[in-house]
Design a protein around this ligand. Structure first.
Ligand code: NAD
Length: 538
Protein backbone atom coordinates (compact mmCIF):
# COMPACT_ATOMS: atom_id res chain seq x y z
CA UNK A 1 0.00 0.00 0.00
CA UNK A 2 1.20 3.52 -0.74
CA UNK A 3 -0.14 6.42 1.29
CA UNK A 4 0.50 9.96 0.09
CA UNK A 5 0.30 12.64 2.78
CA UNK A 6 0.03 15.83 0.76
CA UNK A 7 -0.43 18.37 3.56
CA UNK A 8 0.89 18.84 7.07
CA UNK A 9 -1.05 16.66 9.48
CA UNK A 10 -0.38 15.39 13.00
CA UNK A 11 3.05 13.74 13.33
CA UNK A 12 1.48 11.02 15.48
CA UNK A 13 -0.98 10.35 12.65
CA UNK A 14 1.82 9.90 10.09
CA UNK A 15 3.72 7.67 12.53
CA UNK A 16 0.61 5.52 13.01
CA UNK A 17 0.58 4.79 9.27
CA UNK A 18 4.33 4.12 9.29
CA UNK A 19 3.80 1.39 11.89
CA UNK A 20 2.39 -0.75 9.08
CA UNK A 21 5.70 -2.22 7.96
CA UNK A 22 4.68 -3.16 4.43
CA UNK A 23 3.19 0.27 3.71
CA UNK A 24 5.03 3.09 2.02
CA UNK A 25 4.16 6.50 3.46
CA UNK A 26 5.24 9.45 1.33
CA UNK A 27 4.97 13.03 2.56
CA UNK A 28 4.89 15.48 -0.30
CA UNK A 29 4.03 19.09 -1.06
CA UNK A 30 0.49 19.95 -2.17
CA UNK A 31 1.66 21.56 -5.45
CA UNK A 32 0.38 19.57 -8.43
CA UNK A 33 3.77 19.06 -10.06
CA UNK A 34 4.99 17.35 -6.88
CA UNK A 35 1.78 15.48 -6.13
CA UNK A 36 0.85 14.06 -9.52
CA UNK A 37 3.93 11.81 -9.92
CA UNK A 38 3.29 10.36 -6.44
CA UNK A 39 -0.36 9.62 -7.15
CA UNK A 40 0.10 7.15 -10.00
CA UNK A 41 0.54 4.18 -7.65
CA UNK A 42 -1.09 5.64 -4.50
CA UNK A 43 -3.80 3.75 -2.58
CA UNK A 44 -4.64 6.59 -0.20
CA UNK A 45 -4.31 10.36 -0.21
CA UNK A 46 -4.39 12.44 2.99
CA UNK A 47 -5.16 16.13 2.68
CA UNK A 48 -6.39 19.21 4.51
CA UNK A 49 -7.89 22.13 2.58
CA UNK A 50 -5.13 23.15 0.17
CA UNK A 51 -5.12 20.25 -2.31
CA UNK A 52 -7.89 20.54 -4.90
CA UNK A 53 -8.97 16.95 -5.52
CA UNK A 54 -10.83 17.55 -8.74
CA UNK A 55 -11.66 15.11 -11.54
CA UNK A 56 -8.48 16.04 -13.40
CA UNK A 57 -6.27 15.22 -10.41
CA UNK A 58 -8.11 11.94 -9.81
CA UNK A 59 -7.32 10.90 -13.40
CA UNK A 60 -3.69 10.67 -12.27
CA UNK A 61 -4.58 8.29 -9.42
CA UNK A 62 -5.81 5.06 -11.05
CA UNK A 63 -5.29 2.91 -7.94
CA UNK A 64 -6.68 5.36 -5.39
CA UNK A 65 -9.08 3.77 -2.87
CA UNK A 66 -9.55 6.50 -0.31
CA UNK A 67 -9.13 10.24 0.22
CA UNK A 68 -8.85 11.25 3.87
CA UNK A 69 -9.58 14.88 4.74
CA UNK A 70 -8.23 15.97 8.12
CA UNK A 71 -11.08 18.32 9.03
CA UNK A 72 -14.73 18.63 8.11
CA UNK A 73 -15.14 20.68 4.91
CA UNK A 74 -14.80 18.69 1.70
CA UNK A 75 -15.36 21.60 -0.69
CA UNK A 76 -11.91 20.92 -2.15
CA UNK A 77 -12.87 17.37 -3.13
CA UNK A 78 -15.03 16.63 -6.17
CA UNK A 79 -17.21 14.05 -4.40
CA UNK A 80 -19.09 13.09 -7.53
CA UNK A 81 -15.90 12.43 -9.46
CA UNK A 82 -14.48 10.44 -6.54
CA UNK A 83 -17.70 8.41 -6.19
CA UNK A 84 -17.75 7.64 -9.89
CA UNK A 85 -14.21 6.34 -9.59
CA UNK A 86 -15.16 4.31 -6.50
CA UNK A 87 -12.92 6.37 -4.25
CA UNK A 88 -14.18 6.61 -0.71
CA UNK A 89 -13.92 10.10 0.76
CA UNK A 90 -13.66 10.39 4.54
CA UNK A 91 -13.52 13.38 6.83
CA UNK A 92 -13.34 13.92 10.58
CA UNK A 93 -16.48 15.73 11.74
CA UNK A 94 -16.62 16.87 15.34
CA UNK A 95 -12.83 17.05 15.73
CA UNK A 96 -13.10 20.71 16.77
CA UNK A 97 -16.35 20.54 18.78
CA UNK A 98 -14.58 21.03 22.11
CA UNK A 99 -12.57 23.94 20.70
CA UNK A 100 -15.77 25.67 19.54
CA UNK A 101 -17.49 24.97 22.86
CA UNK A 102 -14.57 26.43 24.82
CA UNK A 103 -14.57 29.53 22.61
CA UNK A 104 -18.30 29.92 23.23
CA UNK A 105 -17.68 29.96 27.00
CA UNK A 106 -14.73 32.30 26.51
CA UNK A 107 -16.96 34.77 24.67
CA UNK A 108 -19.66 34.56 27.33
CA UNK A 109 -17.14 35.24 30.09
CA UNK A 110 -15.54 37.99 28.07
CA UNK A 111 -18.90 39.75 27.77
CA UNK A 112 -19.84 39.20 31.43
CA UNK A 113 -16.52 40.64 32.65
CA UNK A 114 -15.70 43.11 29.81
CA UNK A 115 -12.35 41.35 29.34
CA UNK A 116 -11.66 42.74 25.89
CA UNK A 117 -12.72 46.29 26.75
CA UNK A 118 -10.78 46.38 30.01
CA UNK A 119 -7.71 45.08 28.21
CA UNK A 120 -8.04 47.77 25.56
CA UNK A 121 -8.43 50.46 28.25
CA UNK A 122 -5.34 49.25 30.17
CA UNK A 123 -3.25 49.16 26.99
CA UNK A 124 -4.30 52.77 26.47
CA UNK A 125 -2.84 53.56 29.90
CA UNK A 126 -6.16 53.94 31.75
CA UNK A 127 -7.32 52.42 35.10
CA UNK A 128 -11.13 52.31 34.81
CA UNK A 129 -11.99 50.05 37.72
CA UNK A 130 -15.54 51.41 38.21
CA UNK A 131 -16.44 51.26 34.54
CA UNK A 132 -15.97 47.53 34.27
CA UNK A 133 -18.10 46.11 37.04
CA UNK A 134 -19.22 42.76 35.71
CA UNK A 135 -21.86 40.15 36.35
CA UNK A 136 -21.59 36.47 37.24
CA UNK A 137 -22.65 33.63 34.98
CA UNK A 138 -23.85 31.71 38.03
CA UNK A 139 -27.63 31.45 38.19
CA UNK A 140 -28.15 32.96 34.73
CA UNK A 141 -30.10 31.11 32.05
CA UNK A 142 -28.17 29.86 29.06
CA UNK A 143 -30.39 29.12 26.05
CA UNK A 144 -28.96 26.82 23.41
CA UNK A 145 -30.34 26.82 19.92
CA UNK A 146 -29.22 23.40 18.64
CA UNK A 147 -28.06 20.51 20.79
CA UNK A 148 -25.79 18.62 18.42
CA UNK A 149 -22.11 17.85 18.91
CA UNK A 150 -21.05 21.37 19.84
CA UNK A 151 -24.22 22.22 21.77
CA UNK A 152 -23.65 19.17 23.97
CA UNK A 153 -20.03 20.15 24.67
CA UNK A 154 -21.22 23.63 25.65
CA UNK A 155 -23.72 22.06 28.07
CA UNK A 156 -20.98 20.05 29.79
CA UNK A 157 -18.80 23.10 30.29
CA UNK A 158 -21.60 25.50 31.23
CA UNK A 159 -22.53 23.20 34.14
CA UNK A 160 -19.29 24.17 35.88
CA UNK A 161 -20.42 27.82 35.87
CA UNK A 162 -23.74 26.89 37.51
CA UNK A 163 -25.82 28.19 34.63
CA UNK A 164 -29.42 27.01 34.20
CA UNK A 165 -29.57 25.49 30.75
CA UNK A 166 -32.57 25.46 28.43
CA UNK A 167 -32.55 24.37 24.80
CA UNK A 168 -34.54 24.33 21.60
CA UNK A 169 -33.83 21.58 19.10
CA UNK A 170 -36.87 20.08 17.39
CA UNK A 171 -34.85 17.15 16.14
CA UNK A 172 -33.30 15.69 19.25
CA UNK A 173 -34.96 13.03 21.28
CA UNK A 174 -36.26 14.21 24.67
CA UNK A 175 -34.34 11.32 26.28
CA UNK A 176 -31.05 12.81 25.08
CA UNK A 177 -32.07 16.19 26.52
CA UNK A 178 -33.09 14.55 29.79
CA UNK A 179 -29.74 12.79 30.04
CA UNK A 180 -28.05 16.17 29.61
CA UNK A 181 -30.39 17.77 32.18
CA UNK A 182 -31.37 20.37 29.62
CA UNK A 183 -34.93 21.66 29.75
CA UNK A 184 -36.37 21.59 26.23
CA UNK A 185 -38.50 24.68 25.63
CA UNK A 186 -40.37 26.27 22.73
CA UNK A 187 -38.51 28.67 20.46
CA UNK A 188 -40.47 31.60 21.91
CA UNK A 189 -39.54 30.59 25.44
CA UNK A 190 -35.90 30.22 24.43
CA UNK A 191 -35.87 33.82 23.26
CA UNK A 192 -37.87 35.10 26.23
CA UNK A 193 -35.97 33.29 29.00
CA UNK A 194 -32.31 33.33 27.91
CA UNK A 195 -29.79 35.62 29.57
CA UNK A 196 -27.22 34.20 27.16
CA UNK A 197 -28.44 32.73 23.88
CA UNK A 198 -25.87 30.63 22.05
CA UNK A 199 -26.38 29.36 18.50
CA UNK A 200 -25.28 25.86 17.49
CA UNK A 201 -27.42 24.87 14.50
CA UNK A 202 -26.52 24.36 10.88
CA UNK A 203 -27.73 26.86 8.29
CA UNK A 204 -31.12 25.67 7.00
CA UNK A 205 -34.17 27.52 5.63
CA UNK A 206 -35.55 27.39 9.21
CA UNK A 207 -32.44 28.86 10.87
CA UNK A 208 -31.49 31.39 8.18
CA UNK A 209 -31.64 34.83 9.93
CA UNK A 210 -33.35 33.28 12.93
CA UNK A 211 -31.82 36.15 14.93
CA UNK A 212 -33.89 38.80 13.19
CA UNK A 213 -36.06 41.75 14.18
CA UNK A 214 -39.10 39.72 15.30
CA UNK A 215 -37.22 37.31 17.53
CA UNK A 216 -34.91 39.99 18.97
CA UNK A 217 -38.05 41.76 20.24
CA UNK A 218 -38.87 38.70 22.34
CA UNK A 219 -35.58 38.87 24.27
CA UNK A 220 -34.74 40.42 27.63
CA UNK A 221 -33.07 43.84 27.59
CA UNK A 222 -30.18 42.29 29.56
CA UNK A 223 -29.76 39.35 27.14
CA UNK A 224 -26.60 38.63 25.15
CA UNK A 225 -26.16 36.49 22.04
CA UNK A 226 -23.21 34.27 21.11
CA UNK A 227 -22.74 32.98 17.56
CA UNK A 228 -19.99 30.46 16.89
CA UNK A 229 -22.10 28.56 14.34
CA UNK A 230 -22.83 30.21 10.99
CA UNK A 231 -22.91 33.93 10.17
CA UNK A 232 -26.13 33.61 8.20
CA UNK A 233 -28.11 32.70 11.33
CA UNK A 234 -27.97 36.38 12.30
CA UNK A 235 -29.48 39.40 10.57
CA UNK A 236 -26.44 41.55 11.35
CA UNK A 237 -28.18 44.87 10.68
CA UNK A 238 -31.13 43.95 12.92
CA UNK A 239 -28.75 42.81 15.67
CA UNK A 240 -26.73 46.03 15.52
CA UNK A 241 -29.94 48.06 15.75
CA UNK A 242 -31.27 46.00 18.67
CA UNK A 243 -28.04 46.57 20.59
CA UNK A 244 -27.87 50.30 19.75
CA UNK A 245 -31.51 50.73 20.86
CA UNK A 246 -30.93 48.88 24.11
CA UNK A 247 -33.34 46.14 23.07
CA UNK A 248 -30.70 43.58 24.08
CA UNK A 249 -27.41 44.10 25.95
CA UNK A 250 -24.79 42.72 23.60
CA UNK A 251 -23.41 39.98 21.42
CA UNK A 252 -20.24 38.04 20.72
CA UNK A 253 -19.72 36.78 17.20
CA UNK A 254 -17.13 34.50 15.63
CA UNK A 255 -18.85 34.02 12.26
CA UNK A 256 -20.31 36.48 9.77
CA UNK A 257 -22.51 36.60 6.68
CA UNK A 258 -19.55 37.84 4.63
CA UNK A 259 -16.03 37.03 5.78
CA UNK A 260 -13.75 38.83 6.34
CA UNK A 261 -16.15 41.28 8.03
CA UNK A 262 -16.00 44.73 6.46
CA UNK A 263 -17.96 47.99 6.80
CA UNK A 264 -20.24 46.61 9.48
CA UNK A 265 -22.26 48.52 12.05
CA UNK A 266 -21.24 45.78 14.49
CA UNK A 267 -17.61 46.93 14.64
CA UNK A 268 -18.81 50.34 15.89
CA UNK A 269 -20.48 48.90 19.00
CA UNK A 270 -18.59 48.42 22.27
CA UNK A 271 -21.19 45.90 23.42
CA UNK A 272 -20.19 43.57 20.58
CA UNK A 273 -17.19 41.25 20.95
CA UNK A 274 -15.78 39.95 17.67
CA UNK A 275 -13.36 37.14 16.73
CA UNK A 276 -12.33 36.26 13.15
CA UNK A 277 -13.84 32.75 12.73
CA UNK A 278 -11.36 31.10 15.06
CA UNK A 279 -13.66 29.12 17.36
CA UNK A 280 -12.60 25.81 15.87
CA UNK A 281 -8.97 26.72 15.18
CA UNK A 282 -6.75 25.26 17.88
CA UNK A 283 -3.58 23.21 17.84
CA UNK A 284 -5.44 20.41 19.65
CA UNK A 285 -8.23 20.30 17.06
CA UNK A 286 -5.65 20.06 14.25
CA UNK A 287 -3.87 17.29 16.13
CA UNK A 288 -7.11 15.39 16.73
CA UNK A 289 -8.30 15.56 13.13
CA UNK A 290 -4.85 14.57 11.80
CA UNK A 291 -4.63 11.55 14.06
CA UNK A 292 -8.25 10.53 13.46
CA UNK A 293 -7.94 10.62 9.69
CA UNK A 294 -4.80 8.50 9.82
CA UNK A 295 -6.67 5.96 12.01
CA UNK A 296 -9.71 5.95 9.72
CA UNK A 297 -7.64 5.49 6.56
CA UNK A 298 -5.61 2.71 8.19
CA UNK A 299 -8.79 0.90 9.34
CA UNK A 300 -10.32 1.18 5.88
CA UNK A 301 -7.25 -0.12 4.04
CA UNK A 302 -6.58 -2.89 6.55
CA UNK A 303 -10.08 -4.05 7.51
CA UNK A 304 -12.56 -2.26 5.18
CA UNK A 305 -14.02 -0.44 8.19
CA UNK A 306 -15.78 2.69 6.95
CA UNK A 307 -16.03 5.66 9.30
CA UNK A 308 -17.17 9.19 8.47
CA UNK A 309 -17.44 8.52 4.75
CA UNK A 310 -19.01 11.37 2.80
CA UNK A 311 -19.77 9.40 -0.35
CA UNK A 312 -20.78 5.88 -1.10
CA UNK A 313 -18.56 2.97 -1.91
CA UNK A 314 -18.43 1.86 -5.52
CA UNK A 315 -21.18 -0.39 -6.86
CA UNK A 316 -20.86 -2.48 -10.01
CA UNK A 317 -21.65 0.02 -12.77
CA UNK A 318 -24.66 -1.94 -14.11
CA UNK A 319 -26.26 -2.32 -10.68
CA UNK A 320 -25.74 1.36 -9.97
CA UNK A 321 -27.35 2.34 -13.31
CA UNK A 322 -30.53 0.38 -12.47
CA UNK A 323 -30.68 1.62 -8.92
CA UNK A 324 -29.90 5.30 -9.51
CA UNK A 325 -33.47 6.57 -10.28
CA UNK A 326 -34.82 4.79 -7.18
CA UNK A 327 -32.06 6.20 -4.97
CA UNK A 328 -33.07 9.61 -6.28
CA UNK A 329 -36.74 8.85 -5.47
CA UNK A 330 -35.84 7.69 -1.95
CA UNK A 331 -33.75 10.76 -1.21
CA UNK A 332 -36.44 13.15 -2.46
CA UNK A 333 -39.12 11.41 -0.40
CA UNK A 334 -36.86 11.84 2.65
CA UNK A 335 -36.32 15.52 1.84
CA UNK A 336 -40.06 16.05 1.46
CA UNK A 337 -40.90 14.25 4.68
CA UNK A 338 -38.35 16.27 6.67
CA UNK A 339 -39.94 19.47 5.41
CA UNK A 340 -43.56 18.52 6.17
CA UNK A 341 -42.91 16.41 9.28
CA UNK A 342 -43.78 17.31 12.82
CA UNK A 343 -40.41 17.67 14.52
CA UNK A 344 -38.21 15.10 16.24
CA UNK A 345 -38.82 11.68 14.67
CA UNK A 346 -38.47 8.72 16.98
CA UNK A 347 -39.34 6.06 14.37
CA UNK A 348 -38.45 5.91 10.68
CA UNK A 349 -40.43 3.37 8.67
CA UNK A 350 -39.74 2.32 5.11
CA UNK A 351 -41.75 -0.09 2.94
CA UNK A 352 -40.49 -1.44 -0.36
CA UNK A 353 -43.15 -2.76 -2.72
CA UNK A 354 -43.04 -4.68 -6.00
CA UNK A 355 -39.65 -4.84 -7.68
CA UNK A 356 -38.15 -2.36 -5.21
CA UNK A 357 -38.37 -5.05 -2.54
CA UNK A 358 -35.84 -7.10 -4.52
CA UNK A 359 -33.37 -4.28 -5.08
CA UNK A 360 -30.49 -3.19 -2.84
CA UNK A 361 -32.94 -2.07 -0.17
CA UNK A 362 -30.24 -1.03 2.29
CA UNK A 363 -29.07 1.61 -0.18
CA UNK A 364 -32.68 2.73 -0.75
CA UNK A 365 -33.17 2.99 3.02
CA UNK A 366 -29.91 4.88 3.45
CA UNK A 367 -30.79 7.29 0.63
CA UNK A 368 -34.20 8.06 2.15
CA UNK A 369 -32.57 8.65 5.54
CA UNK A 370 -29.90 10.79 3.91
CA UNK A 371 -32.62 13.00 2.38
CA UNK A 372 -34.38 13.30 5.73
CA UNK A 373 -31.31 13.95 7.89
CA UNK A 374 -29.60 16.41 5.55
CA UNK A 375 -32.54 18.78 5.99
CA UNK A 376 -31.97 18.96 9.74
CA UNK A 377 -28.33 18.28 10.54
CA UNK A 378 -25.10 20.10 9.86
CA UNK A 379 -23.18 16.84 9.66
CA UNK A 380 -23.34 15.64 6.06
CA UNK A 381 -25.28 12.43 5.93
CA UNK A 382 -24.78 10.04 3.02
CA UNK A 383 -25.73 6.54 1.96
CA UNK A 384 -22.83 5.15 3.91
CA UNK A 385 -23.35 6.92 7.23
CA UNK A 386 -27.06 7.84 7.40
CA UNK A 387 -28.12 4.81 9.46
CA UNK A 388 -25.49 5.32 12.12
CA UNK A 389 -26.33 9.04 12.35
CA UNK A 390 -30.05 8.21 12.74
CA UNK A 391 -29.32 5.59 15.39
CA UNK A 392 -27.03 7.94 17.30
CA UNK A 393 -29.96 10.33 17.47
CA UNK A 394 -32.27 7.67 18.88
CA UNK A 395 -34.32 7.15 15.70
CA UNK A 396 -35.63 3.56 15.39
CA UNK A 397 -35.60 2.20 11.85
CA UNK A 398 -38.30 -0.25 10.73
CA UNK A 399 -38.35 -1.87 7.29
CA UNK A 400 -40.95 -3.99 5.52
CA UNK A 401 -41.05 -5.67 2.12
CA UNK A 402 -44.26 -6.18 0.13
CA UNK A 403 -43.15 -8.78 -2.39
CA UNK A 404 -46.47 -9.82 -3.93
CA UNK A 405 -46.26 -9.62 -7.70
CA UNK A 406 -49.49 -7.58 -7.71
CA UNK A 407 -47.84 -4.83 -5.66
CA UNK A 408 -46.96 -1.67 -7.56
CA UNK A 409 -43.28 -0.67 -7.58
CA UNK A 410 -43.46 1.95 -4.87
CA UNK A 411 -41.49 3.18 -1.90
CA UNK A 412 -43.27 4.44 1.22
CA UNK A 413 -41.55 6.19 4.11
CA UNK A 414 -43.05 7.45 7.33
CA UNK A 415 -41.81 9.15 10.46
CA UNK A 416 -43.46 8.91 13.83
CA UNK A 417 -42.90 11.67 16.33
CA UNK A 418 -42.08 11.17 19.98
CA UNK A 419 -44.35 11.73 22.96
CA UNK A 420 -43.70 15.50 22.75
CA UNK A 421 -45.51 15.71 19.45
CA UNK A 422 -48.05 13.07 20.47
CA UNK A 423 -46.56 10.38 18.26
CA UNK A 424 -47.80 12.22 15.16
CA UNK A 425 -47.12 10.35 11.92
CA UNK A 426 -46.33 11.77 8.49
CA UNK A 427 -45.88 9.55 5.45
CA UNK A 428 -45.15 9.82 1.76
CA UNK A 429 -45.16 7.22 -0.98
CA UNK A 430 -43.75 7.54 -4.47
CA UNK A 431 -42.64 5.77 -7.60
CA UNK A 432 -40.39 6.26 -10.60
CA UNK A 433 -42.58 6.92 -13.61
CA UNK A 434 -41.99 7.81 -17.24
CA UNK A 435 -38.45 6.45 -17.37
CA UNK A 436 -36.68 8.02 -14.43
CA UNK A 437 -39.01 10.70 -13.07
CA UNK A 438 -39.61 10.59 -9.31
CA UNK A 439 -43.31 11.18 -8.53
CA UNK A 440 -45.27 11.48 -5.32
CA UNK A 441 -48.31 9.16 -5.22
CA UNK A 442 -49.58 9.30 -1.66
CA UNK A 443 -49.21 11.82 1.18
CA UNK A 444 -50.42 11.00 4.69
CA UNK A 445 -52.29 8.01 3.20
CA UNK A 446 -54.23 10.21 0.76
CA UNK A 447 -53.69 9.65 -2.97
CA UNK A 448 -52.21 12.73 -4.62
CA UNK A 449 -49.99 12.49 -7.67
CA UNK A 450 -47.42 15.16 -8.43
CA UNK A 451 -43.78 15.73 -9.39
CA UNK A 452 -41.11 15.44 -6.70
CA UNK A 453 -39.09 18.40 -7.86
CA UNK A 454 -38.69 22.15 -7.55
CA UNK A 455 -40.75 24.39 -5.30
CA UNK A 456 -43.89 22.90 -3.83
CA UNK A 457 -46.53 24.12 -1.43
CA UNK A 458 -48.03 21.29 0.60
CA UNK A 459 -51.40 21.96 2.22
CA UNK A 460 -53.72 19.86 4.33
CA UNK A 461 -57.31 20.93 4.60
CA UNK A 462 -60.92 19.93 5.11
CA UNK A 463 -62.62 18.93 1.90
CA UNK A 464 -65.01 21.88 1.54
CA UNK A 465 -65.70 24.09 -1.50
CA UNK A 466 -63.60 27.19 -2.10
CA UNK A 467 -60.12 26.12 -0.97
CA UNK A 468 -58.69 25.85 -4.49
CA UNK A 469 -60.11 29.22 -5.48
CA UNK A 470 -58.77 30.98 -2.40
CA UNK A 471 -55.35 29.39 -2.85
CA UNK A 472 -55.24 30.46 -6.50
CA UNK A 473 -56.27 33.99 -5.57
CA UNK A 474 -53.60 34.34 -2.87
CA UNK A 475 -50.85 33.01 -5.13
CA UNK A 476 -52.06 35.08 -8.10
CA UNK A 477 -52.16 38.25 -6.00
CA UNK A 478 -48.51 37.67 -5.02
CA UNK A 479 -47.49 36.98 -8.61
CA UNK A 480 -46.65 33.33 -7.89
CA UNK A 481 -47.11 31.21 -10.98
CA UNK A 482 -48.64 27.76 -10.54
CA UNK A 483 -46.97 24.99 -12.56
CA UNK A 484 -49.21 22.15 -11.37
CA UNK A 485 -52.00 21.70 -8.84
CA UNK A 486 -52.64 18.22 -7.41
CA UNK A 487 -55.49 17.30 -5.11
CA UNK A 488 -56.55 14.28 -3.15
CA UNK A 489 -58.94 13.46 -0.33
CA UNK A 490 -59.68 10.73 2.15
CA UNK A 491 -62.10 8.08 1.01
CA UNK A 492 -65.50 9.32 2.28
CA UNK A 493 -67.09 6.33 3.98
CA UNK A 494 -70.63 6.81 5.30
CA UNK A 495 -69.41 6.90 8.88
CA UNK A 496 -66.80 9.55 8.08
CA UNK A 497 -69.21 11.65 6.01
CA UNK A 498 -71.64 11.72 8.94
CA UNK A 499 -68.95 13.42 11.05
CA UNK A 500 -68.48 16.28 8.56
CA UNK A 501 -66.02 17.03 5.74
CA UNK A 502 -63.18 14.55 5.25
CA UNK A 503 -59.48 15.46 5.15
CA UNK A 504 -57.81 16.48 1.91
CA UNK A 505 -54.33 17.33 0.67
CA UNK A 506 -53.16 19.66 -2.01
CA UNK A 507 -49.69 19.94 -3.54
CA UNK A 508 -49.04 23.01 -5.66
CA UNK A 509 -45.89 23.18 -7.75
CA UNK A 510 -44.89 26.81 -8.22
CA UNK A 511 -42.24 28.68 -10.17
CA UNK A 512 -39.81 30.02 -7.56
CA UNK A 513 -39.70 30.13 -3.78
CA UNK A 514 -42.81 30.91 -1.75
CA UNK A 515 -42.24 33.67 0.82
CA UNK A 516 -43.14 32.87 4.45
CA UNK A 517 -45.80 35.62 4.39
CA UNK A 518 -47.66 33.78 1.62
CA UNK A 519 -47.57 30.51 3.55
CA UNK A 520 -48.95 32.39 6.56
CA UNK A 521 -51.80 33.71 4.42
CA UNK A 522 -52.54 30.22 3.11
CA UNK A 523 -52.75 28.82 6.65
CA UNK A 524 -55.43 31.42 7.34
CA UNK A 525 -57.82 29.91 4.78
CA UNK A 526 -60.44 28.62 7.25
CA UNK A 527 -60.50 25.01 5.94
CA UNK A 528 -56.69 24.73 5.92
CA UNK A 529 -54.99 22.93 8.78
CA UNK A 530 -51.44 23.02 7.42
CA UNK A 531 -49.39 24.80 4.75
CA UNK A 532 -45.66 24.48 4.19
CA UNK A 533 -43.24 25.51 1.46
CA UNK A 534 -41.05 22.64 0.33
CA UNK A 535 -37.89 22.87 -1.75
CA UNK A 536 -36.65 19.88 -3.71
CA UNK A 537 -33.93 19.72 -6.35
CA UNK A 538 -35.31 20.79 -9.74
P1 NAD B 1 -24.54 19.01 14.53
O1 NAD B 1 -25.08 18.61 13.23
O2 NAD B 1 -23.86 17.99 15.40
O3 NAD B 1 -25.72 19.68 15.40
C1 NAD B 1 -26.62 20.61 14.88
C2 NAD B 1 -27.87 20.56 15.77
O4 NAD B 1 -28.78 21.57 15.33
C3 NAD B 1 -28.61 19.22 15.67
O5 NAD B 1 -28.83 18.67 16.93
C4 NAD B 1 -29.92 19.59 14.99
O6 NAD B 1 -31.00 18.77 15.44
C5 NAD B 1 -30.10 21.02 15.43
N1 NAD B 1 -31.02 21.78 14.58
C6 NAD B 1 -31.24 21.68 13.24
N2 NAD B 1 -32.19 22.56 12.86
C7 NAD B 1 -32.57 23.22 13.98
C8 NAD B 1 -33.53 24.25 14.24
N3 NAD B 1 -34.28 24.77 13.26
N4 NAD B 1 -33.66 24.70 15.50
C9 NAD B 1 -32.93 24.19 16.52
N5 NAD B 1 -32.01 23.18 16.34
C10 NAD B 1 -31.84 22.72 15.09
O7 NAD B 1 -23.55 20.26 14.25
P2 NAD B 1 -22.35 20.78 15.15
O8 NAD B 1 -21.10 20.04 14.79
O9 NAD B 1 -22.78 20.87 16.57
O10 NAD B 1 -22.16 22.26 14.54
C11 NAD B 1 -23.05 23.32 14.92
C12 NAD B 1 -22.72 24.57 14.12
O11 NAD B 1 -21.39 25.02 14.41
C13 NAD B 1 -22.76 24.40 12.61
O12 NAD B 1 -23.40 25.51 12.03
C14 NAD B 1 -21.28 24.37 12.19
O13 NAD B 1 -21.12 24.80 10.85
C15 NAD B 1 -20.72 25.36 13.18
N6 NAD B 1 -19.25 25.26 13.39
C16 NAD B 1 -18.55 26.44 13.54
C17 NAD B 1 -17.17 26.42 13.76
C18 NAD B 1 -16.40 27.70 13.94
O14 NAD B 1 -15.17 27.70 13.76
N7 NAD B 1 -17.01 28.80 14.32
C19 NAD B 1 -16.50 25.18 13.82
C20 NAD B 1 -17.24 24.00 13.70
C21 NAD B 1 -18.62 24.06 13.50
Amino acid sequence: MKIVVAEKISRKGVDLLREEKSWKVVECEPARDKLIPELKDADALLIRSAVQCDAALLEHAPKLKVIGRAGIGVDNVDIEAATKKGVLVMNTPGGNSVSVAEHTLALMLSMARSVALANESMHAGRWEKKLFEGSELRGKTLGLLGLGRIGVEVVKRARAFELDIIGYDPYISPTLAEDLHVELVSLNDLFARSDYLSLHTPLTPETDKIIGRENLKKMKKSARIVNCARGELVDEQALAEAISNGQIAGAALDVFCAEPLKNSALTELKQVALTPHIAGSTAEAQEIVGYRIAEQVRDYLKSSVIQNAVNMPSLPAEEYRLLAPYLNLAERLGQLLAQIGTGAPSVFEIRYSGKLSKMNTSLLRNSALKGLLNQILDEKSNVVNSVSIAQARGIRIQESHAQRTASADTLRIAVKGNSQNQGAESSVEGAVLMGDEPRLLVLDNINVECPLSGNLIVMKNLDVPGVIGKTGTILGKRGINIASFSLGRERATKAKAAKGPVGAVCVVQVDGQTPAAVIKELTKIPANTFARAVELPS
